[in-house]
Design a protein around this ligand. Sequence first.
Ligand code: ADP
Ligand code: MG
Length: 291
Amino acid sequence: ATPTAIMVGTGLGAKRGVLFKNATALETSARIDTVILDKTGTLTKGEPEVTDFIAHGIGEDVLLALVAAVERESEHPLAGAVVNYAVARGVSSLDASSFRNVPGHGAGATVDGRRVLVGNRKLMIAEGVDIAPIAEQRETLASTGRTAVLVAVDGRAAGVIALADAARETAAPAVAALHEAGIEVVMLTGDNEATARRIAAQLGIDTVIAEVLPEDKSAKVTELQKAGKRVAMVGDGVNDAPALAQADLGIAIGAGTDVAIETADVVLMRSDPLDVPTALRIGKGTVRKMR
Ligand code: ADP
Ligand code: MG
């Protein structure tokens, strides 16, 4: 593109808080045909809240105290929500030892002499926990679009925690605008399939890639590229950085982590999903001017 077109495009973006890091970013924006969006923190606000807490074969407050002790050691956004919930319910605070974080799965620790695990189905299976006693509750909660987290105490299924993370107000309009521009939209998430599908349906997204481990997100981008797609990846998390780097165009949510912002080619300062179609439109305008 001509230096003038680049300057105009960069300026137009800056006005809306869409920061193109360089001329290549602007030119690539014009050629994107597939947009992959991370769910948590990108399509949703990334501020989960506990909506349901179900104990199985153990007192609710006892279980909540055990779980909160584990989650206090974790930096995961879901962990913060569980801790806030425990504080609001006024349960006693216990100490955790031998804490272990399992990326994309959950966490575990020893509390009050008991081994407590908090995380998804994959974690429970890996640890040999029989989840049959809580499977039905898990499915019911997940089918409503809430994230269902499982709890085990000393190797036994002990409860289900449901967390809701509201979609950003402009997530659905952003998906509609991308579809109108003829762009394919894909949701990519570590969350479980049922939860992801439900939220995708609410937002008008028909392609969902769920239960993806943090280290596998960039491989999913590569798969689409090998199928001939020109891919933009939109994300906010540390988990998303390799995928942002792998994509033809990496777009970071401004409210996201530093690593995501540093890795991306474009930063959306207002953290507004509607600025994704805006960025692509500005790119197209810029390239048109150069011809
Ligand atoms: P996302 O891509 O949605 O940000 P992650 O890859 O971070 O998800 O985690 C995937 C899943 O692992 C979560 O949806 C949750 O079920 C489980 N998980 C991970 N860490 C924790 C934790 N500290 N507490 C409870 N659940 C967790
Ligand atoms: Mg995220």
